[in-house]
Design a protein around this ligand. Structure first.
Ligand code: BGC
Length: 261
């Protein structure tokens, strides 16, 4: 636990399930106040709220589309109205779908970009604006993916969005470092969440994924949440613009493991 996180106010987008839910719950354990954003899973968002409160934190669930300025404004307003301020913004909401690129519809491309990249821009902009105006040395954590680095055929839109998130993070980290605002990129590998549930029901597909992970297991959402708590805390006070891979070594070119090449 990080003592300095107690009483801090965070917005977590996509906090109703998967990694976002686990990050939100971890913040609850840190006794923070959390605005849980959800898109359609109200039940999941309420579960997050209950879990946070049961750990001694405070929470409120808010429906909003992160790809819209109004949605983002609602999240910021909720943080300030309910909890009096904002210290941390986690752009976690994300989506993926698969298609050969020559058949990928512009609609599917646009949906992924809206949540994964527009959402990160709009959320970061709102948080930066609030931090600058109120002279707060706040922090932003963007949830990327190992596919900000590893090409992913048939997921070109997803990989493009995550590569974009990484460079956006680095750019704004540089732009606002002199104000003491930190911006970091958290980049998970294959994690046991809803986004992968269908794929991992197929044992063969699951084993194939595991064979691509040097540590030989699918990560737990709690392992990503632990990294988020560290990046949020003052224990990482000198860390900005970094991309922290939480991936069991997936980005380490596993096919070279035995010295082939
Ligand atoms: C995706 C997962 C995938 C993992 C590793 C993540 O960004 O959301 O579906 O298993 O990358 O390829």
């Amino acid at each position: 636990m990080y003592k300095d996180l107690e009483g801090k106010v965070a917005v977590v987008t996509g906090g109703s399930k998967g990694i976002g839910q686990e990050v939100a719950i971890r913040f609850g354990k840190e006794k923070m106040a959390v605005v849980i954003n959800y898109h359609s899973d109200e039940e999941g968002a309420n579960e997050s709220v209950e879990a946070i409160e049961s750990h001694g934190g405070e929470a409120v669930a808010v429906q909003a589309d992160v790809g819209s300025e109004e949605g983002i404004q609602t999240l910021l307003d909720t943080a300030v109205d309910h909890f009096g301020k904002l210290d941390l913004w986690v752009n976690n909401a994300g989506m993926e779908n698969q298609s050969p690129t020559h058949e990928l519809s512009f609609d599917d491309w646009s949906k992924v970009m809206s949540v994964n990249l527009d959402g990160v821009f709009l959320g970061s902009k709102a948080a930066l604006n609030y931090f600058v105006k109120n002279n707060i040395k706040g922090s932003i954590i963007n949830m990327s993916s190992v596919h900000d680095k590893i090409p992913w055929p048939t997921f070109a839109h997803y990989a493009a969005s995550k590569g974009g998130v990484k460079m956006f993070t680095e750019t704004i980290a540089l732009e606002y470092a002199h104000k003491g605002i930190r911006v970091n990129n958290l980049s998970p590998g294959a994690i046991n969440t809803d986004i992968n549930a269908e794929k991992f029901e197929d044992e063969e597909a699951k084993q194939k994924t595991i064979s691509m992970i040097p540590m030989n297991y699918i990560g737990k959402p709690e392992e990503v949440a632990a990294a988020a708590a560290w990046l949020a805390s003052s224990e990482s006070s000198y860390v900005t613009g970094t991309t922290l891979h939480v991936d069991g070594g997936m980005t380490l070119y596993p096919s070279f493991e035995k010295g082939d090449g």
